[in-house]
Design a protein around this ligand. Structure first.
Ligand SMILES: Cc1cc2nc3c(=O)[nH]c(=O)nc-3n(C[C@H](O)[C@H](O)[C@H](O)COP(=O)(O)OP(=O)(O)OC[C@H]3O[C@@H](n4cnc5c(N)ncnc54)[C@H](O)[C@@H]3O)c2cc1C
Length: 380
């Protein structure tokens, strides 16, 4: 046993690291425990696209705020975080998708997010490797890219500098009612416990409405200038929306190293880190259909990671109805790198009672209260 913490954060991925930084900044006695190192899990597998998304007003509010926070932090980030405001190009394949370009522009404009519509010649000039004849794209110039594990490492170092304690790696086996039990039998006492365990959050709270959604990424050798922006097909939205089927979409990112990250795939029901070769083949074929010369580049590594998917595509951030000591910071699916900084602020606000910059309610786990029909007694 120990004297107790104001807050123990479970998980040192980018979300846990962001929570630790914000809690420590508010003077909370903060401890962080992870089964492995900092910035592992999905954070090590993610693409690092910092992107404003508009699937729902709540998603738009969270991603927009968090992107602003990243842009503010950019100056402070160390070089190894490789932050660059590359901009996103949402590429339209046909006239239907050009309608979507115009709709998206209006939604973003209403939210104060600057964008620019590129017509066919402007798109070809911006990205000469794209197949000829594409009708246009929506450019979101202030979207960024970064290298997530190093960004998480920076956030954790900042948390420690502000007083947080990083505990030696240990798996947490039970965390409820203000008690965190580690695999070696150690028990930590805490006023609050923040579950930031990503797709593994259900190992501690099995009733959470989270499904593991596997994704593949490929990285190439160095080809500086091959593409200039994060390129995403508008059809990506259909892929990300699908709640049942496996899907792939064209999503290519230029890294500061000159390498290209090629994504992406979405799969439910896959429990191992192994490669699904047919799905990987479709993903690469999809990318080649937009960038015909991609097939001439050398791929050097393929990996997979698990997104924590919720039924309504919004994360679970805030108090957990089944236990007064528990706060959730999970369920970020494919946007947890982007939304980590806003999540840290929402969690700190929930713990201190301060008013956050956006309405926190759409992300409250209580929206799934029925699925939380907890067998546990309420914490006194
Ligand atoms: C292929 C792919 C591409 C992606 N691309 C992007 C992108 O471009 N932009 C974007 O915004 N997001 C992207 N994402 C999503 C993003 O990577 C995740 O949402 C984000 O990394 C989640 O961070 P996290 O800290 O919540 O979880 P994780 O990074 O998974 O961290 C959870 C931590 O909890 C620890 N843990 C779990 N259980 C326990 C336990 N019982 N005891 C102790 N520790 C435990 C783990 O060791 C791990 O370190 C992508 C994801 C994938 C898979």
């Amino acid at each position: 046993m120990n004297a107790g913490w104001d807050v123990v954060i479970l998980g040192a991925g980018i979300v846990g690291a962001a929570c630790a930084r914000d809690c420590a900044a508010r003077g909370l006695r903060t401890a962080v425990i992870d089964a492995a190192g900092v910035g592992g899990g999905a954070t090590a597998a993610g693409m690092g696209h910092i992107v404003v998304m508009d699937d729902s007003p709540a998603q738009l509010a969270l991603t927009r705020w968090s992107r602003t926070l990243w842009l503010e932090l950019a100056e402070e980030l160390p070089p190894e975080a490789e932050f660059e405001a590359r901009g996103t190009l949402w590429v339209a394949a046909d006239e239907d998708e050009m309608h979507e370009v115009r709709r998206k522009q209006q939604v973003y404009a209403a939210a104060g997010v600057a964008t620019e519509i590129l017509d066919s010649p402007a798109l070809a000039a911006a990205e000469p490797q794209l197949r000829p004849g594409l009708p246009g794209a929506l450019l979101v110039p202030s979207d960024g890219v970064l290298y997530p594990p190093c960004a998480a490492g920076y956030l954790m170092r900042e948390a420690v500098r502000m007083g947080a304690k990083r505990l030696d790696p240990q798996r947490v086996i039970v965390a409820k009612h203000g008690r965190v039990q580690l695999q070696d039998g150690t028990v930590l006492l805490a006023g609050h416990i923040v579950n930031a365990c990503g797709a593994d959050a259900t190992s501690l709270i099995p009733e959470l409405p989270i499904r593991r959604r596997r994704g593949h990424l490929v990285i190439t050798d160095r080809y500086p200038g091959f593409v200039n922006h994060q390129l995403v097909e508008l059809g990506y939205l259909k892929s990300a929306h699908s709640l049942t089927t496996d899907s792939v979409a064209f999503n290519v990112q230029p890294r500061q190293t000159g390498q290209l990250l090629i994504g992406s795939s979405r799969e439910y029901g896959a429990e191992t880190a192994g490669i699904n070769h047919p799905l990987l083949g479709s993903m690469i074929e999809r990318a080649r259909s937009y960038l015909p010369q991609l097939g001439n580049l050398q791929a050097i590594r393929v990996w997979t990671g698990f997104r924590a998917a919720t039924p309504d595509k919004l994360p679970l951030i805030g108090p957990w109805p089944g236990d007064n000591s528990l706060v959730l910071a999970t369920g970020h699916e494919g946007l947890g790198i982007t939304t980590s900084l806003a999540t840290g602020k929402l969690v700190a606000a929930a713990l201190t009672g301060e008013a956050p910059a956006i309405d926190p309610e759409p992300y409250f786990p209580a929206r799934f209260a029925q699925s939380f029909a907890s067998t546990e007694p309420q914490h006194a």
